[in-house]
Design a protein around this ligand. Sequence first.
Ligand code: NCD
Length: 325
Amino acid sequence: MKHLLGVEDLERSDLEELLRITDSMVEVSQRAMPRVPALRGRTVVSVFFEDSTRTRLSFEAAAKRLSADTMSFSVGTSSVKKGESVRDTVETIEAMGVDAMVVRHRSAGVPDQIARWTSCSVINAGDGWHQHPTQALLDSYTIRAHLGGLDGRRIAIVGDVKHSRVARSDVQAFTLLGASVTLVAPPTLLPPSLEGWPVEVSHDLDAVLADQDVVYLLRMQRERMTEALVPSLREYTACFGLTIQRAARLAPHALVMHPGPMNRGVEIAAEVTDLPNAVIAEQVRNGVAVRMAVLFRLLAGTELGGAGAAAPVPEVNAEPGEDHG
Ligand code: NCD
């Protein structure tokens, strides 16, 4: 495996292997000194053309725990502001010697393009409405940690599926791992066609709530909406929000999940996030271990690319302070 561009490229065995490696990375993360030398000499750069808190920090923490060097690019402070193209930007970054690029962009397909333009490993950290594979891995890992596995489990993904790369990747990963998924949303927040989606659909959260092992809430992605798709946020919450009353009707073992960032009081009530079955902080924690597993799987044991190959150690003859004259 050279790149991680989408869950659609993976088999069940690939997912299971990554989840197994994640187990070891969780163990490393729990040590007093959570650092191993696995990727010493490698360079991982985050190339974010779109905003992020969790994903970006999580990848950087993951790379550091594996002793890789990290660099970071964000569009807001870059020459993209002067009109530099994505291609020129990534070729410039690659020329500095990097082994992996972690890419986020608001357009679907950009990480795939970058994988064709460069010779380093590319990890998709979210492209438009398309894919967010490491989110699907950390969500699968979190469910597996609590429920023992996904086989035969019922998972409801609730809310703005239409604009959600998380939903697309999660549906693929959850069903590959044996779960059945129900999308719960008003018709305006579902993709125009669900052809090829291995899911059931419901427009009635109250009708499906009690049967679920996991209720996965999506953020209302207002920045991606070009028109009003719900009459008002209040009405959305009344029908599709996980209120404390609705949460009381969940099965005792059922998990409440959210990828963040949350709109408290819209798709999820603030009190619900404090329930013992709400594992939102744990998703974030597992995110670091999952990203360590991905970096390890892609980079360990490969030829040193970037910095290692491009910059042989210069010969140093003189000790500091010796006479150079
Ligand atoms: C999501 C994203 O950016 O795709 N956040 C994340 O990475 N955890 C989901 C969202 O923006 O709603």
